[in-house]
Design a protein around this ligand. Structure first.
Ligand SMILES: Nc1nc2c(ncn2[C@@H]2O[C@H](COP(=O)(O)OP(=O)(O)OP(=O)(O)O)[C@@H](O)[C@H]2O)c(=O)[nH]1
Ligand SMILES: [Mg+2]
Length: 300
């Protein structure tokens, strides 16, 4: 019989290349927010993938970018500091972007760990272009594998798991078979609300959004149906942002709430009553006390 394998895998790459999209697909559950805005993922999140002969703990990380705030610094540090503790690195790039990120490649070379290159969004380019980009990367580093994929077309994604498995060592299952993330229910709820706000808002507003739940309690409706009562506050950087988040006659906040509620009802499999508030927390992205919440244990 084949021996059971397990191990930790970090997924790194520039912001917006589709790291969280790939992870949600592979885990089979929505554990990480996805939007077309940069810096969607703010902190390191673990997903657990149970296979017949292995358990893979896959780590979503904030996208690599040039940080402009203390929060940005902490995000980059948390992504980079995931590398020393893992068995395999997944490096994700976008098929339609041939700019090589020398700094990240340097980190990969230093780490000396089995590294798999995933080229995502191949739906955006043709075969010639793909051959070109593969050529560029194959000379840059001795990747264990180069896997072109498309989350949009659900193409070739299972190959990632096969390649990871090849590079794992014999080991136990670290997590229960029912577990699929290290995120608490509270964190999943907050991320769901933040994702909707990010998707609906423009420009600089999304970067300064922080969601905190103040109440999460199950109850009963008048018709004796189960209902989950959630109260949460959306914090933003400035008064002008608060106005935008609330919107004309509260339209924007209503929309955020209604989209979030739909997702939460699916996730929790019950009716949800969601109450949202908006408050200003002046320049929190540069305040140590708030930003520290986004650090991983190793960074503290
Ligand atoms: N066309 C296309 N778009 C994709 C594909 N995969 C992901 N996207 C889109 O790319 C955008 C970014 O996806 P995310 O998964 O949030 O990217 P990320 O790398 O986690 O981003 P950060 O968390 O900011 O670092 C979203 O709008 C996705 O819908 C793909 O295969 N093809
Ligand atoms: Mg992400």
């Amino acid at each position: 019989m084949e021996e059971f394998k397990s191990g930790f895998v970090t997924v790194i790459g520039r912001t917006n290349v589709g790291k969280s999209s790939i992870i949600n697909y592979l885990v089979g559950e929505k554990i990480s927010a996805i939007t077309n805005k940069p810096q969607t993922t703010r902190k390191v999140i673990k997903g657990i993938i149970n296979r017949e002969n292995s358990q893979i703990i896959i780590i979503d990380t904030p996208g690599l970018h040039k940080p402009k705030s203390k929060l940005g610094n902490v995000m980059i540090e948390s992504a980079i500091s995931s590398i020393p503790d893992v068995d395999v690195i997944i490096y994700v790039v976008e098929a339609n972007d041939s700019r090589v990120d020398e700094k990240t490649l340097e980190k990969i070379k230093e780490a000396q760990k089995p590294t798999i290159l995933v080229i995502n969004k191949i739906d955006l380019i043709d075969a010639t272009k793909l051959a070109q980009i593969i050529n560029i990367y194959k000379d840059l580093y001795d990747f264990k594998a180069i896997i072109p994929v498309s989350v949009k077309q659900k193409k070739n994604l299972d190959v990632i798991l096969e390649e990871i498995e090849k590079n794992l060592k014999v080991g136990p299952a670290y997590y229960d078979i029912e577990e699929y993330t290290d995120q608490t229910l509270r964190e999943l709820v907050e991320e769901t609300i933040r994702e909707k706000a990010l998707k609906l808002l423009q420009d600089e507003v999304p970067h300064g959004i922080l969601v905190e739940t103040s109440k999460m309690k199950t109850g009963k409706t008048k018709n004796d149906e189960k209902i989950f009562n959630i109260e949460a506050t959306i914090f933003c950087l400035r008064g002008s942002h608060k106005g935008i988040i609330i919107g004309k006659q509260g339209q924007m906040l209503k929309k955020i709430g209604s989209f979030a509620r739909q997702d939460l009802e699916n996730m929790l499999d019950t009716k949800v009553n969601l109450k949202l508030w908006v408050k200003v927390k002046e320049d929190w992205i540069n305040q140590e006390s708030f930003v520290n919440k986004f650090k991983t244990k190793d960074q503290n």
